[in-house]
Design a protein around this ligand. Structure first.
Ligand code: G
Ligand code: G
Ligand code: MN
Ligand code: NA
Length: 251
């Protein structure tokens, strides 16, 4: 069957599930949150989200898929009391007129504190559909939900969008983080970007942290959260449970 048919089937069968990548606080060196990342092990093998998310967007399946990912993520995170939950949202979802009500309903039904939920969006939607995006963001922020600007520094990184849309957090794209390793220019851009966020009072998560050197440098530069293979790979809910228990033992 074609991939779109398989995807439709996988969504209906709840075969696409989130895994969870830890977000670590620089101050406490402990896990303070998780980012949910969708995973699909199809009958014919693993399909990457870079493939099935755009396909779901093109074929009208993203609203369904997105709500399922959100629901599964909230259920898993219910047990992780003190942790924040970040979920990636497609621009198409954000511009769906039902989105605000759907998210509100899921939170109420699952009895999940809206303040624990952060929705991650990339800036494309802010350029293509600023009015609709801003209405949805404002309505959800009024209900306590937070917003993070994802992949900052990799695309057209509109600086104005950070403030105009009231983002609560910036996620520094890993291409910027890795720029630290090459010449002085990469690290200059990185530091200027973090300074910009600081000037706007917006906390920064550094993505793609793979080495101790990167972790130290990004913490020293003012990022309050680190994310990446060094501090934790995306893992099953069960694996995260185990990690949290062992963290409590050493604490
Ligand atoms: O997890 P991974 O690095 O393979 O993710 C690749 C891309 O897919 C990232 O840009 C990530 O934001 C996106 N992605 C992963 N899960 C979801 C999801 O549940 N919804 C949306 N819209 N994007 C996702
Ligand atoms: O676009 P977004 O930031 O949502 O994408 C997150 C993606 O980054 C996920 O696919 C996740 O698997 C990937 N990722 C997370 N940490 C690292 C890392 O340290 N190195 C690399 N190469 N990818 C990472
Ligand atoms: Mn993300
Ligand atoms: Na990113």
């Amino acid at each position: 069957a074609c991939l779109e048919g398989q995807l439709r089937r996988a969504i209906a069968d709840d075969a696409i599930k989130p895994v969870f990548q830890p977000l670590v606080s620089v101050a406490s060196q402990k896990i303070c949150g998780v980012e949910a990342l969708a995973r699909w092990h199809s009958p014919t093998g693993f399909v990457a989200p870079d493939v099935f998310i755009p396909l779901a967007e093109r074929s009208g399946l993203i609203d369904d898929l997105g709500m399922k990912i959100l629901t599964f993520s909230i259920r898993a995170a219910s047990g992780w009391n003190e942790l924040s939950l970040s979920v990636n949202i497609s621009p198409i979802q954000l511009c769906n007129p039902n989105f605000v009500d759907d998210v509100t309903d899921i939170l109420a039904k699952e009895n999940f504190d809206p303040h624990r939920l952060t929705l991650e969006i990339t800036e494309g939607v802010l350029i293509s559909n600023p009015d609709q995006a801003s209405r949805a963001i404002n309505a959800l922020k009024e209900r306590g939900i937070r917003f993070a600007l994802d992949d900052f520094g990799c695309g057209f990184a509109s600086i104005g969008a950070l403030r105009q849309f009231g983002f609560d957090r910036m996620k520094l794209d890993r291409s910027l983080v890795w720029g630290l390793d090459d010449d002085g220019r990469g690290s200059g851009i990185l530091k200027a970007t973090i300074a910009l966020a600081a000037a706007l009072n917006i906390p920064v998560t550094a993505e793609g942290i793979e080495t101790e050197t990167q972790a130290k440098a990004l913490g020293a530069a003012g990022c309050d959260q680190l994310q990446g293979y060094l501090v934790g790979k995306p893992m099953s809910a069960q694996a995260l449970d185990d990690l949290l228990s062992s963290e409590r033992l050493v604490a």
